[in-house]
Design a protein around this ligand. Sequence first.
Ligand SMILES: [Zn+2]
Length: 464
Amino acid sequence: MRVFFSTGLAVLLLATAGAITANPQVCGANAEKAPELEKAGDPAAAIWCYGLSNHWASIVALQNKVIPSAYAKVGAGNYAIIISNVARAHLELKNLGAGRRALEAGMRQLMNTPQVVETAYNLVGLFRDETMRFAERQRWHGLLMLAMKQPRPAFQLADIFTNNVYFGVYQGIKEKKIPGAFALARDAVTHHDADMLKHWGFMRDIVQIQYLALGQEVKPNVAKRRLRMLFVVVADTKLTNAHPTHGNVDARLAETDLQELLTNFRLFSSAFQALTGIAWESKIMRHPGAVRQTTYVSDPPRSVMHPVMTSIEPAFSPAIQREIASSDGVVLVWAGTRQPPGHLITNGSGTEYGFPINGKTVHRLLVISDSNKKFLDGNHANSALFFFHEIFHVLEWAYYKSPFPVAEHSYARRELWPADYTGSTEWDFYRETITKRLMREDSLNRLEWRSNHAGFHNRKVKGE
Ligand SMILES: [Zn+2]
C-alpha cells in the first residue's frame, strides 16, 4: 500500500501493493507533528503518523476517537488503514484480545466493501494465541470466509485465515468439538487451499491432514487391520558425554509437549487410516530412566543429535520389553535440545532398531521425537506431518523396488516426482505416493513388524 496526504489532511489511499512510505513533511521524522494533527481534529492522520514511527501506545490512546466514527469522515480505504494500525498497535503491546476486538469492529463496518480486505496487514500474531477459545475461532472463521469473498489481488487475509484454521482445529480438538473443528478444516481445504499455500506450505499441509483426520473421526471407515505403536517416554536426560557444540540439552521433557505430540499422533493415525484403511493403536509407557549419551553430527547450517539407545539407564523393564515385542513400532520420546538461535538442531528420526529382548534382537520401527518444541514456535517438529515424514523413511526401504522416487527426502525435489503427481508440497508427495503407488501395489500389506521379521532395512540390504 502507498498512502499520502492531500492538502486538507484527509488521508488518501492508493490500493497498490508495496510498503507504506513515511511522509516527514506531514508527520515529522518521528511523528512529532502527530499531536498537532490530533488537535486539529484529525485523529485518523495522527494514527497514521504514529504507525509510521511505531508509537503504539499513542495509537491505542486515540482508538475511541476513530472507531467507529472515522469511517464516515475518511472513507473506506483510509478507515481500513486506521483499523490495521490500531490492531497492530495492540499486537505490538502484546494485548492480542484488544487487537482482535478492534479488527473485528472495523471489519464488520467494512464488510460489504472491497476495502475490508485491507484491514489486516502484519496482524497474524493476533491469531497465534493459545488463549483463544474455539467459539472465538469459529466466529473469526465465519467473518473471514465472508470478507474473503471480496476481490483479493494479493491474497489479502490469507495469513490470518490460515492461522485461525490451524490453531482453531487444535483448540476444537482440545474442547472435544470434533464436528466443528472438522468444518473449519473442510472450508479451508475446499475453498482456500491456494490461500493457505500462499501463506505457508507447512501450515497448509497440516490443515490438509487435520481435514482428512477429523473427516475419518466424524465418519469412520472400518479398519481392515491394526498396527500398534508404543510410546516410551524417557523424560530425563543426564548426559555423561560432553554437551553439544550448539545450544544445550534440555534435562527434562515438558508434559505439555508430550501431550502435543500425542495429539499430533492422533491426527497422523486418523489421516493414515483415511488413506489406507489401516488403524494405529497406541499405548504410552513411562520409563523412569535417563538418556545418558547422544550422537552429534554437524551438518551446517544445522546439526543432528540423537539419543544413543543403549545409553538409556536403567535398561527398559521386562514389562516395557514385552510391550515392545508385541508392538509394530516404538516412539521414543525424549527432551532433546534447547534450540539455539540461528542454528537448527534436528533431534527426531525415523528408522528401525533391533531391541535386545530375551536374548534375541527384535526389529521394530523406531521414531525418535524431536524434543521440546511447540507448534506455536512455528517449528515443524513433532507435527502430524513429522510422523508421516519419519515413517516415510522406512516406507522408502519397504518399497525400494517400487516405481516411485525412493531417494531420501524426494518430496523436496519436485522435478523428480512422477508425471502423474499433481501436488507441490511435502504432504502432497506422501499422499500421492501412498494412494497412487503403495496402495495400488499391495494395499500396504507388507507394512507390519510384529511377525518379527528382520526389518525392512535389512531386507533391502540383502536385496530381498
Ligand atoms: Zn528426514
